[in-house]
Design a protein around this ligand. Structure first.
Ligand code: FDA
Length: 319
């Protein structure tokens, strides 16, 4: 219920107006979003690299319907790629098709993507296409395959284990030799297309993880769930999949302890670092993933309110 409510609020413009004007929300978002500028992103990326973490950079934004805004997003991605290359960072980028104009039209999207792909290719950098809600799944995979068929190889997709279709999509990506990021999925999806029970989502995650690990091309296992992580390590061991053949991915600000532990054990770990002024829906999705984050935010509201003195020494959620 709470998860559905928060995801609903992530799409509400009224809630957005209220939340983004509240100082507590901005400070809460800093846990997940290091800042609004490319410079803040680069600083966070340098720190992550110094800790042995690879990065993937995301300029926050989605559901863009104006051509101007979609072009602006494309030019920000060009700038990120330039800076990653210029600073010699161990990083790549993750972008959303609806931010670059998918809802305006397929031709517009592909035209807008082209300079990004060319820059990335020139600089030998990789571009990940994030996966959005299920109404975009088919068109995202179609556009991806179109680009793949044209010969682009520095690109990869995301598959979500809550969708029924994902096992079949994973087989297709294995056949193509494409790099896949596997995650559970962050949107509210109807029972017609998606598993509704957490155990079923997890079971499918494990099934697809095993297929990708054994037969896929450098899959990214994107989860903070220690059971999924342990199962991945066990499968890699049983099937003789070396640590260099896959990576773990986690979000900036989430389970830093687990990120570091895996790095220390010699595994590849990449952190997803989002930045930019459009942090509201991203923050709401992160809150939806973990009720404790809502309590943390509620604590911040109390502390900032005139009654804050009632709760001055509350232990911070340090995860
Ligand atoms: P789950 O939600 O079951 O959480 C397991 C444990 O992880 C929790 O008990 C808690 O300890 C910790 N945890 C998880 N989320 C947390 C949070 N926000 N704050 C604090 N602790 C938290 N989704 C999508 O639909 N399309 C996409 O393209 C992507 N891309 C993507 C990239 C990367 C690198 C990651 C890590 C995730 C995504 N996701 C995504 C999001 C993904 O689908 C999912 O919503 C979250 O990763 C949460 O799922 P977990 O697998 O972590 O497990």
């Amino acid at each position: 219920m709470l998860r559905e409510g928060l995801i609903y609020l992530s799409q509400s413009s009224t809630a957005k107006k209220i939340v983004t004007q509240a100082p507590f929300a901005r400070s809460m978002s800093q846990r997940f979003v290091p800042g609004e500028t490319v410079e803040a992103l680069i600083e966070a990326a340098q720190k992550a690299n110094a800790a042995g973490l690879k990065v993937t950079a995301n300029y926050l934004g989605e559901s863009v319907h104006s051509e101007e805004a979609a072009h602006t997003a494309a030019s920000v991605y060009q700038r990120i790629l330039d800076m990653i290359a210029a600073r010699g960072l161990d990083g790549n980028v993750s972008l959303k098709f609806t931010q670059l104009g998918q809802d305006i039209g397929e031709e517009f999207l592909l035209d807008n993507l082209l300079p990004i792909l060319e820059t990335a290719k020139k600089k030998d950098l990789f571009i990940r296409f994030d996966m959005e809600s299920s109404e975009h799944t088919q068109s995202t995979l179609d556009d991806f395959e179109k680009l793949w068929t044209e010969g682009w190889r520095n690109i990869g997709v995301v598959l979500q284990s809550y969708l029924f279709r994902t096992a079949a999509d994973a087989e297709r990506m294995i056949e193509l030799g494409t790099r896949v990021r596997l995650c559970k999925g962050a949107y509210v999806e109807p029972p017609e297309v998606a598993y509704q029970k957490a155990e079923e989502v997890d079971e499918n995650f494990l099934r697809v993880m095993r297929a990708l690990l054994s037969r896929g091309n450098y899959p990214a296992i994107a989860t903070h769930d220690e059971r999924m992580i342990r199962a991945t390590l066990e499968h890699a061991k049983t099937d003789g999949v070396g640590a260099e053949r896959f990576e773990f991915q986690m979000l900036h600000g989430v389970r830093r302890d687990v990120q570091q532990e895996l790095v220390d054990q010699g595994y590849n770990v990449r952190v997803y670092i989002p930045f930019g002024e459009y942090w509201y829906p991203y923050l709401m999705r992160r809150l939806a993933e973990r009720p404790a984050n809502v309590l943390f935010m509620a604590g911040s509201i109390v502390k900032e309110s005139p009654l804050g003195f009632l709760w001055p020494n509350r232990k911070k959620n340090v995860q």
